[in-house]
Design a protein around this ligand. Structure first.
Ligand code: UD1
Ligand code: CA
Length: 451
């Protein structure tokens, strides 16, 4: 096993995104595209990762938090020139280099590994190019191969703008991704010139130079989805759609029922057990874990939540980060939960806000109950004991705790702790005046008639 380093190109202007956010930080399935790519790279346990950046360096620094080196390319003189900017960061590195694009986020680890394995093939190729066959290759660089089946060699790499008609007719296209040994890479790059239509230093020229030296260069071919690049919001949306489509298939393969699969949106890290049913129009933000036998009813928005087996959520529920539902607990319609734990079998079935709260097993939270957790400056906690019953339309003004088995009368505004098994009734006492309404009606009717 040789060491692997990854150079990730991300210095392109990304102008078609029309965004202040760096192109590679635009999210797909709730995660920046660069982070999708780095996660696949990390599975190779790389010795080094270098991201080549032009503008927006601060944004990348903030997102990477030191998990990769940054090299600046200024001005941007082409892909070959971009890779050269990583040379000093890799000064002492002698292993295999993978060249990747920050805007090509879904290259599987297995494909990267296949490129590296090919680099160590018996014919000791100088360069391994990741190629693909798009339906319409217009715009891509072409990979011209020759040789008997199984022994093909790349004889030329040519950009669309420099290609002859015969070359343009070739479908095999360059994804841009390559594997090259560090010792070869920078030596070859030093010989690349900008003698072409675009006056750029083409990375692809290292193949042509190695060929001229009599060294083998080869292509590894992959599925177009794996090397799809994102240059516009339309492509971002398309990629999101494709990713979701695949994730839904996987969910169903894993034993999840989706009634209307095309309306369920997963995050990159959604974890779901078996025999889970997800009704139509459910959105998952990052950080959700769902155990077995859970039902998520329609129109629920769920992020940062942990849902234990047998629990039920929605319809129209909103679970925000830190929501924890224990076994067989239930969150009903128009209930919002944030940083709150709902104990085993506990229920909040209607129209509630539960924030910064601990709710004991078997507790029942009546319709319209609100935990008043914020005074405009700080957040405070509400603790509700096991088996407690909170009457409808109660306001629990935190910090406050309701003892186990206690009952809070409907419409109460609770500002002090309630003891276990007590009844807290915090509302004006009911008065009744017999026959008053009837007398009132008769008097007013007469007055209106002018009698
Ligand atoms: C490049 C390839 C082409 C391939 C295509 C796949 C070359 C010469 N051409 O085309 O064969 O079919 O990718 O999409 O390599 N970048 C930099 N600095 C630069 C220029 C580009 O970092 O100076 C980065 C971009 O951010 C992007 C990647 O390199 O991630 C590709 O750049 P782009 O301009 O999209 O590709 P082309 O050069 O047109
Ligand atoms: Ca591109």
């Amino acid at each position: 096993m040789t060491d692997v380093a990854a150079i990730i190109l991300a210095a392109g202007k990304g102008t078609r995104m029309k965004s202040d956010l760096h192109k590679v930080l635009h999210p797909i399935a709730g995660r920046p595209m660069l982070m999708h790519l780095l996660a696949s790279v990390d599975a190779l346990r790389p010795a080094k990762k270098v991201v080549v950046v032009g503008s927006g360096k601060e944004q990348l620094e903030a997102a990477l938090k030191g998990t990769a080196d940054l090299a600046v390319q200024e001005p941007q003189l082409g892909t070959g020139h971009a890779v050269q900017q990583a040379e000093s960061a890799l000064a002492n590195f002698t292993g295999d280099v993978l060249i990747l694009y920050g805007d090509v986020p879904f290259v599987p680890t297995a494909t990267m590994q296949a490129m590296i394995d090919r680099l160590h093939g018996d014919d000791a190729p100088a360069v391994v190019v990741l190629a693909f066959e798009p339906e319409d290759p217009t715009g891509y660089g072409r990979v011209i191969v020759e040789g008997a089946k199984g022994q093909e060699r790349i004889v030329k790499m040519v950009e669309q703008k420099d290609a002859t008609e015969a070359e343009k007719a070739v479908k095999l296209s360059n994804s841009g991704l390559m594997a090259v040994k560090a010792a070869d890479l920078f030596a070859l790059l030093a010989r690349v010139t900008d003698d072409n239509t675009q006056k750029e230093f083409y990375l692809t020229d290292i193949v042509n130079i190695a060929n001229a030296d009599g060294r083998a260069c080869v292509a590894v071919t992959t599925d177009p989805f794996d090397v799809a690049g994102i240059n516009s919001r339309a492509q971002l949306g398309e990629m999101e759609g494709e990713w979701q489509k695949r994730r839904r298939m996987k969910a169903m393969d894993d034993g999840v029922s989706l009634i209307a699969p095309e309306t369920v949106w997963f995050a990159y890290d959604t974890v779901i057990g078996r025999d889970v049913t997800i009704e139509p129009n459910v959105f998952f933000g990052p950080g959700v874990t769902i155990a077995d036998n859970v039902v998520i009813h329609a129109f629920s928005h769920i992020e940062g939540a942990t849902i234990a087996s047998g629990a039920e959520v929605g319809p129209y529920a909103r679970l925000r980060p830190g929501a924890v539902l224990e076994e067989k607990s239930k969150i009903g319609n128009f209930v919002e939960m944030k940083k709150a734990r709902l104990g085993k079998g506990a229920k909040a079935n209607h129209l509630s806000y539960l924030g910064d709260a601990e709710i004991g097993a078997g507790a029942n939270i009546g319709a319209g109950t609100i935990t008043c957790n914020y005074d405009g400056f700080f957040k405070y906690k509400t603790v509700i004991g096991e088996g407690a019953f909170i009457g409808s339309n109660s306001a629990l003004v935190a910090p406050v705790s309701i003892g186990a088995g206690a009952i809070v009368g409907a419409g109460s505004t609770v500002t002090a702790d309630v003891s276990a098994d007590a009844l807290a009734l915090i509302r004006p006492e009911q008065k009744e005046k017999a026959g008053w309404a009837k007398r009132f009606r008769e008097a007013m009717t007469a007055k209106k008639a002018g009698k």
